[in-house]
Design a protein around this ligand. Structure first.
Ligand code: FE2
Ligand code: FE2
Length: 267
């Protein structure tokens, strides 16, 4: 049990600390030259999560789970701070105090949701309190489907308007994921009655198909951006970042599917 706790904790921290580090960079790139205080804060968060990421790779095998519990609490604190920073930035943008900046409000809200998700995962791990499987399946999908729908919207808006076909494809993905999100929300409000194995199974299958095709689209966009073959203002690291988040969602879907098949029936 402690082994699983250590492995799960380090896996979450390795993935999300890199993501948090990159968010700091993206926010910084969207600030104006005169926003020196915000740029300095973003740099501090970059350094903080870079250090957390480094430490997450440095624990020896057989590490004392209590040491990881303390590390989780420390990272939880860092995630709360970056969340507050992102919400502060969102407030400044929405009250028009950063005119001419290049961070979309939805992007800032999006990265704050990811910070909150990370914080909550660490809280769950440390309290040992896990949601029942059917609840976890629906909630995680509601979270990640919205994240995927946002990504499609960001890609569509950051591609050059003259890349008409790619913009159209991004718009279609945005529409598909908005639909999937509504379906997930319907399933959520129908629970607990909707929590049968066949329905959850079908729900996961359907989401997997769409996430795979979005993941492939992101892969193509990433390759084209890296090879300088399309016109956009998408940072190559942002293309890779959203690709990795789709991979993470697929990994979670597969994990749920495996647990579902092992545990039939759920209740
Ligand atoms: Fe992200
Ligand atoms: Fe994201």
């Amino acid at each position: 049990m402690s082994d699983a706790f250590v492995a799960r904790s380090l896996d979450e921290i390795r993935f999300w600390s890199r993501i948090m580090k990159e968010h700091s960079l993206f926010l910084k790139l969207g600030f104006r030259c005169e926003d020196t205080q915000l740029i300095a804060e973003a740099n501090q968060f970059y350094g903080l999560f870079e250090e957390i990421e480094r430490r997450s790779h440095s624990f020896p095998a057989g590490v004392d789970p209590n040491q990881i519990r303390r590390f989780n609490a420390e990272v939880h604190n860092a995630a709360s701070h970056i969340w507050a920073f992102k919400r502060k930035v969102l407030g400044l943008i929405l009250s028009c105090q950063l005119p001419g900046g290049n961070n979309f409000p939805l992007l800032v809200d999006h990265v704050s949701r990811e910070a909150m998700y990370f914080r909550n995962r660490l809280e769950e791990l440390n309290s040992g309190r896990l949601e029942p499987l059917p609840d976890a399946i629906i909630d995680e999908n509601v979270f990640f489907l919205r994240i995927m729908a946002d990504h499609a919207k960001f890609i569509g808006h950051l591609l050059d308007p003259s890349e008409r076909q790619l913009v159209e494809q991004a718009r279609n993905f945005s529409h598909d994921f908005d639909m999937l999100l509504f379906q997930a929300k319907d399933l959520e409000s129908m629970r607990p009655e909707s929590q049968t194995v066949p329905l959850l199974d079908q729900f996961l299958d359907q989401n997997r198909v769409s996430v795979k095709s979005l993941r492939d689209f992101k892969q193509t966009a990433k390759d084209l951006i890296e090879a300088c073959r399309i016109k956009s203002i998408i940072h190559p690291l942002l293309a890779d970042h959203v690709f990795r988040e789709a991979e993470r969602f697929l990994f979670i879907i597969d994990m749920f599917e495996a647990t579902l098949t092992r545990k039939k029936p759920i209740y």
